[in-house]
Structure formats: C-alpha cells, structure tokens
Design a protein around this ligand. Structure first.
Ligand code: TYD
Length: 137
C-alpha cells in the first residue's frame, strides 16, 4: 500500500502579490495520492479538542487555511507536536497515527485532503486498542 513515510511539514506552492496569496494543490504536486475526499473543520469553539482517533490506511494532508491550531501525532511509541499557522505550510499525516487537534484560534479552519472516502471501518477510536494495533503492525 502506498503511504507517506512520516509526518512532515511541507510547503504548498503559493502565488503571492500585493493583492494576497493563492495556494495550489494539483495531482502529483503536494498530495501524491488520488484525492477521494475533501473535508474541513470550522467553527471550532475555543478549548475544543478534535480528532482523538487513528486511521489504519488513510493518508491525509492538513492545511490550516485560516487561523492556527496544533496537531499532535502519536505512532504508539512516541509523540510529535506540529503548530500549524500558515496556509502555505501543510502537514502530511500517514496512516497509523493517533491525532489530536487543539488550541484552535478564533476563526480557524482546517482543510483536509484524504486518499479515501469516509469509512468508519478505517478508524481506531479507542486509544488502548490503537497502541495494541500499532505494536502488532
Ligand atoms: P470525526 O472524524 O470523528 O471528527 P474529528 O476527528 O474531527 O473530531 O467525524 C465527526 C463526525 O463527522 C462523525 O459523526 C463522522 C462524520 N464524518 C463524515 O460523515 N464524513 C467524513 O468524511 C468525516 C471526516 C466525518
């Protein structure tokens, strides 16, 4: 199965001028998978935590198109935290990471590109179950 090797912050090619900026994501540019789904998080109340689950096979790209928030990624062995605050910098999320999104600024929005359609079977929503799954992989 094709997958990103590890979580990384990547640059989204952007065209900037005095009238503002325009970011572009095309096939084979930034997201090397077929985009099967796009969803976005918005209107997140201050103090809320989103995520708290892992995916077994899904590759995702998280783009902070507005405002800022933090993403913690946990592979069952170690955790890494990424602060997303620029719409020209996106975070790759390979399969097999427990993700927690928090510290949303007012008006923040997260655009997510996903390599597959929504499938509840691909989720692990229990942390202990996730750690067992990660250690047996
Ligand atoms: P969930 O993935 O649990 O959100 P988060 O991780 O951001 O807290 O999804 C929240 C709800 O939305 C849940 O009822 C499932 C539904 N949902 C869809 O129907 N389709 C989707 O593509 C996604 C991501 C969620």
């Amino acid at each position: 199965m094709e997958a990103w090797e590890k979580p990384t912050l990547i640059s989204v090619p952007s065209h900037r001028n005095e009238l503002g900026s325009l970011g572009v994501i095309e096939k084979q540019n930034v997201f090397p998978f077929e985009i099967q789904r796009i969803y976005y998080l918005f209107d997140v109340p201050g103090g809320a935590t989103r995520g708290s689950h892992a995916h077994k096979a899904l590759n995702q790209l998280i783009i902070p198109i507005s405002g800022s928030f933090d993403v913690e990624l946990d592979n069952g062995f170690s955790k890494e935290k990424f602060s997303l605050n620029s719409a020209s910098t996106a975070l790759t999320v390979p399969p097999g990471y427990w993700r927690t999104l928090e510290n949303f600024s007012s008006g923040a929005a997260a655009l997510v590109l996903a390599s597959n359609t929504y499938d509840e079977e691909d989720y692990i929503r229990n942390y202990e179950e996730f750690v067992k799954w990660a250690k047996n992989k």
